[in-house]
Design a protein around this ligand. Structure first.
Ligand SMILES: NC(=O)c1ccc[n+]([C@@H]2O[C@H](COP(=O)([O-])OP(=O)(O)OC[C@H]3O[C@@H](n4cnc5c(N)ncnc54)[C@H](OP(=O)(O)O)[C@@H]3O)[C@@H](O)[C@H]2O)c1
Length: 268
């Protein structure tokens, strides 16, 4: 089976492509930086150098493939239109990558909400997400045009990418600024909660959707949730960045950090 995947030089697309190549699929992957070619070939992926704006290239690759995965961007409408146009009437799978900020609200880190969105209960998009949601709808409506199309709406993805040098969006940024500034930061009180999922599970759900997703299906891709306060605290612990002066100025790294453990094991 031949698969064409966009965004193969990135975190999500590269991880999916590497797994499918390992599973014996013939994978052609779009990259826009030719210098990534060798890294992809080492993973068994054939590199196609080009851009999402190159609609003729996208259409030719989509027609030649048995299935298409669009993982380069959740927001590039032109690429999605080109892929749907090329696949029209073929009943081939088209998996499009979206993101759960389509159901996010602007709480500035100060609160969370008990409201649970499900696939059948989506809110009207806010103005800043309307274009992304319109692309998702376009993909879902392609099921009426003879495309086995699905939207995989990913949440906060964590884990390491398969292509060297790739990383997810949110936690790696927090980590970079924490290492630079010595402090892990979150917005407001950090009470904003995001659903999340590990990249290996993301790859697995794309693999399954490729095989058996019914046409016109929207999926939230999530396996848990956490707020930024807790994620920041865990990161600070792991990076040994607690923010106290003795640690940041003197490089002090206490070896005994659990009073409970001391009580349980050493109290006379
Ligand atoms: N990671 C997450 O947690 C997450 C969750 C939900 C949704 N998403 C969405 O999923 C999409 C992919 O995310 P990602 O984390 O895999 O990002 P990423 O690591 O930046 O990967 C995207 C890849 O697509 C390529 N690309 C972007 N625009 C392109 C264009 N116009 N033409 C050709 N190639 C293009 C990039 O090329 P360059 O390397 O040359 O820039 C990059 O290699 C994004 O739209 C993101 O918002 C991500």
């Amino acid at each position: 089976m031949n698969i064409f995947i966009t965004g193969t030089g990135g975190f999500i697309g590269g991880s999916i492509a590497a797994r499918l190549a390992r599973d014996g699929y013939t994978v052609r992957g779009l990259i826009r930086r030719a210098e990534q070619r060798e890294a992809l070939e080492r993973l068994g992926i054939e590199a196609v150098v080009g851009s999402l704006d190159d609609t003729a290239l996208l259409a030719a690759e989509a027609r030649a493939a048995n299935a298409v995965i669009n993982a380069a961007s959740s927001d590039h409408r032109g690429a999605v239109e080109a892929l749907i146009g090329a696949l029209e009437g073929s009943n081939k799978p088209l998996l499009h990558t979206s993101g759960s900020s389509v159901v996010g609200n602007a709480c500035d880190g100060d609160n969370s909400t008990d409201h649970i969105y499900t696939e059948d209960n989506l809110p009207e998009p806010t103005a800043d997400k309307a274009a992304r949601v319109a692309i998702d709808d376009l993909v879902l409506a392609a099921s009426e045009r003879g495309v086995r199309s699905s939207v995989l709406c990913n949440t906060l993805i964590y884990g390491h990418g398969a292509v060297p040098g790739t990383a997810s969006v949110q936690l790696p940024r927090l980590e970079r600024q924490a290492k630079k500034s010595g402090i892990v930061r979150h917005v407001g009180r950090g009470l904003n909660t995001w659903s999340n999922v590990h990249i290996d599970d993301v790859v697995d759900v794309y693999r399954r959707a490729l095989d058996k997703s019914p046409a016109g299906t929207f999926y939230f891709v999530e396996s848990g949730e956490a707020n930024f306060r807790d994620m920041s605290a865990a990161m600070a612990k792991k990076l040994n960045l607690h923010g106290t002066r003795a640690r940041t100025l003197l490089g002090w790294a206490p070896k005994r950090t659990s009073v409970i453990e001391w009580i349980e094991t050493e109290l006379a």
